[in-house]
Design a protein around this ligand. Structure first.
Ligand code: MF3
Ligand code: CO
Ligand code: CO
Length: 258
């Protein structure tokens, strides 16, 4: 395992790319409504990114065909935007964007609602956001990576939900997926220790029912819950600072600098 400590120059580049990734999610929000295809949303995100001199990192990544992932309802992650997937009232969806700007990567995702959603869907999405927030509070030099997954799993299960363990957060910035793997369910004080200058994602996927996923045999990407119950996810790219964290993809001003 080789966890990079980013230089000041790298941090500045990753900060800019992360901001652009976050801005692309804010940009797409007003287009999310009933009757729109996920392919249309992807094309708008693609245009937004390339117009700003960046590249969508998912496009042609290991053969992935689109510029973002859009995962509806029981889709856990890696939903492929399609003209066949039309948003309808009551849907919950995750839009996940990774940008490459001047060679640096930023990776973030949020949940959106199409009109009014069920009480269960709303509860799951709010709990998932809280899981990400709890994970972020564990980011400071000297803390164990395992404590991120420890607090996330403890809270998710307390709410009657389960944590997906087949996909994880990851180091990011110089490359798309770097060391370490950031587990969203882990033992207290396990794994490596965080150091200032490390940059990684926290991206919990929380399920209404069972934690397991099944990958679509036809497209090789779309991961769904085994029981077809709902799944939600939020993701941020986070820098370990001398005193705590900086959420590099936080364009909404939700996280104060520590
Ligand atoms: N953005 C995803 C992540 O958070 C990765 C998507 S890879 C793809 O790590 F190929 F599926 F797009
Ligand atoms: Co990621
Ligand atoms: Co992502």
């Amino acid at each position: 395992m080789n966890i990079l400590i980013k230089t000041a120059e790298q941090i500045e580049g990753i900060r800019k790319s992360s901001k652009l990734a976050g801005e692309s999610l804010s940009f797409i929000e007003p287009y999310i409504r009933e009757g729109v295809s996920t392919e249309f949303l992807d094309s708008l995100i693609h245009q937004f990114i390339v117009e700003r001199g960046a590249i969508p990192a998912t496009l042609h990544y290991n053969g992935y065909p689109k510029s973002c992932c859009i995962s509806l309802n029981e889709v856990v992650c890696h939903g492929i935007p399609s003209t066949q997937t039309i948003l309808k009232t009551g849907d919950i969806l995750n839009v996940d964007v990774t940008t490459i700007l001047d060679g640096y990567y930023g990776d973030t995702s949020r949940m959106f609602y199409v009109g009014a959603v069920s009480e269960m869907a709303d509860k799951l999405v709010k709990a998932t956001k809280h899981c990400l927030n709890l994970g972020i509070q564990q980011v400071y030099p000297g803390n164990y990576f395992g404590n991120i997954g420890y607090v996330i799993n403890r809270y998710a299960t307390s709410q009657g939900f389960s944590v997906v363990y087949e996909f994880c957060g990851h180091g990011v910035g110089v490359d798309f997926h770097e060391d370490p793997q950031v587990d969203h369910a882990a033992r207290k004080n396990s794994g490596p220790k965080m150091k200032a200058g490390m940059i990684f994602t926290i991206e919990p996927m929380i399920n209404e029912g069972k934690p397991r996923v099944k990958v679509d045999q036809l497209d090789g990407w779309t991961a769904r819950t085994v029981d077809d119950k709902l799944s939600a996810q939020f993701e941020h790219t986070i820098l370990v600072t001398e005193t705590g964290y900086e959420v590099l993809t936080d364009v909404l001003g939700e996280y104060d600098l520590t």
